[in-house]
Design a protein around this ligand. Structure first.
Ligand code: NAD
Length: 495
């Protein structure tokens, strides 16, 4: 399988040229077996400065921001088409770098193509308004691109999350410097390579620089020529980004961590709720910002529901993402593995009951990778670390609840506020619960957004601002008010 994979080396893409860095190379490895996947530049702060300089020049030239919306839309559509055309090859690389099942990688790429296509249309809907105060006193409220944007992306869904930033940034007329996560630099740079040759994208509009958060990401955030940072990653890094961005009060968009609750009422369609709850935590081995990592089940159905849940969990097929039978792959790295195992130990030490999984798989081929069993904790108390902190691995905390108010109170008992799921048939209850829960998104009798038209983002410490939808586009625009007093002399000039 992987023996046929060619380990490619990628340099940085700056000002329309592939540019070597003197900082050396970082290798990414397949988390399923440790085999090298790709090599990319370990950039230095001066590489970042160079990329920002080119992005600045490209923005200030107006070659991109002053293009007609239809022309920017055409480029975005072509990026989307390229992604669709290249889905098969890119999905293999995505699976090799993240470990996720191939079907999930394909899904991610098609999702990204859909997002980019949406922003191709959105580019043609950037319109202002003209309040009128009198015959010769009018105002123009116009939206202008923010400028040079740093796009900092994590590894868990690297192309999909990049599309949430790249689509609206290019639609708005901004220029960008992309900084992917180290683990997924190969698939990101391959994507950049595929789209870099698209006609109509002037040099310097799209730049990409690889390397670790420190010093590469931070150099981008601190650079005073960057007007905006759009970041997705942990809340801890998000806090640092906010601080560093204060150098020139640059705008920041933060899509951070989550600890979402999946609430199952006893009147719900349990046949649909059970697999949804299971995959909302175990998909991508729990490495999703919106993972339903806290399952709240009404006491009246708790025992029966949990019996079915654990039986289904035991059947999840764990393996190398390239194998068609695999439903759950490894976690992304040894660091992540140790973090997850550390939380499992902490749950046990704090007295939660481990009722499924809990171990690293070490037999046979598993020994070469970072595989953790789907893990379920019951008897969890609200003050436990496993209940309060984002684990970002296949570890679920389950709590029973009595009444609606308890469910809302447990769901809100966290510093995060990204998303959540509610399962019930009662419309009045759904309305009460969904208004009581403090999260940016709430899915009712479903999991995940139906399309890129709707916004996504966090309440509380899950973030700042929104991505996707027209809200995501507005984050890359700033608003100018031009107040016109039409004087007589002006009128005469016009006549
Ligand atoms: P991370 O915060 O470690 O890294 C994210 C990105 O930031 C990477 O590109 C990294 O290199 C860069 N970075 C790290 N330190 C930096 C610094 N000091 N300055 C500038 N850049 C820096 O997160 P991760 O481990 O890659 O991703 C997992 C996290 O992402 C989880 O917390 C998850 O919930 C979150 N996430 C959120 C969303 C969302 O939409 N809210 C989506 C996916 C992932």
């Amino acid at each position: 399988m992987q023996s046929e994979h060619e380990t490619k080396t990628y340099s940085n893409f700056i000002g329309g040229k592939w540019t070597e860095s003197s900082g050396g190379i970082i290798e990414s490895h397949n988390p399923a077996n440790g085999v090298p996947v790709s090599r990319s530049a370990r950039s230095k702060p001066e590489d970042v400065a160079h990329a920002v300089e080119e992005a600045r020049k490209a923005f200030d030239s107006g070659d991109w921001s002053s293009k007609r919306p239809a022309d920017r839309a055409r480029v975005l559509r072509e990026i989307s088409d390229t992604l669709r055309r290249e889905t098969e090859a890119l999905s293999v690389l995505l699976t090799l770098e993240t470990g996720k099942p191939l079907a999930d990688s394909r899904g991610e790429l098609l999702n990204a193509a859909n997002v980019l296509e949406y922003y191709a249309s959105a580019a043609r809907h950037i319109v202002g308004r003209i309040p009128r105060y009198g015959a010769s006193d009018v105002s123009l409220v116009v939206h202008e691109p923010v400028g040079v944007c740093g796009l900092i992306v994590p590894w868990n869904s690297p192309i999909s999350l990049l599309s949430w930033k790249l689509g609206p940034a290019l639609a708005a007329g901004c220029t960008v410097v992309i900084k992917p996560a180290v683990y997924t630099s190969g698939v990101t740079m391959e994507f950049v390579k595929l789209i870099s040759a698209i006609e109509g994208l002037p040099p310097g509009v799209l730049n990409a620089v690889t390397g670790p958060g420190e010093p590469v990401g931070s150099a981008l955030v601190k650079n005073r020529d960057v007007d905006k940072i759009s970041f997705t990653g942990s809340t801890e890094t998000g806090r640092k980004i906010m601080e560093m961005a204060s150098t020139n009060l640059k705008k920041v968009n933060l899509e951070c961590g989550g600890k979402s609750a999946d609430i199952i009422f006893d009147d719900a369609n349990l046949e649909a709720a059970l697999p949804s709850a299971m995959w909302s935590i175990f998909r991508s081995a729990g490495q999703s910002c919106n993972a339903g990592s806290r399952l709240l089940v009404q006491r009246t159905i708790y025992d029966k529901f949990m019996q079915g849940f654990k039986e289904a969990t035991a059947k999840i097929r764990i393996g190398n993402g390239l194998e068609s039978s695999t439903e759950m792959g490894p976690v992304v790295s040894e660091t992540q593995l140790n973090r997850v195992l550390g939380y499992i130990k902490s749950g046990q030490d704090e007295g939660a009951r481990l009722t499924a999984g809990g171990k690293r798989l070490v037999h046979g081929d598993y020994s070469k990778g970072f595989f953790v069993q789907p893990t379920v904790f019951e008897g969890v108390e609200r003050n436990m670390h496993i209940f309060q902190e984002e684990i970002f691995g296949p570890v679920l905390c389950v709590l029973p609840f009595e009444e609606e108010e308890d469910a809302v109170s447990i769901a809100n008992d966290t510093e995060f506020g990204l998303a959540g799921d509610v399962w019930s048939h009662s419309l009045t209850r759904i309305m009460r619960v969904s208004q009581g829960i403090r999260t940016g998104t709430l899915w009712v009798n479903r999991h995940l957004n139906p399309g890129p038209e709707v916004p996504f983002g966090g309440y509380k410490q899950s973030g700042l601002g929104r991505e996707t939808g027209m809200e995501g586009l507005m984050e890359f625009l700033q608003t100018k008010h031009i107040s016109l007093q039409l004087t007589d002399s002006f009128e005469r000039v016009r006549r």
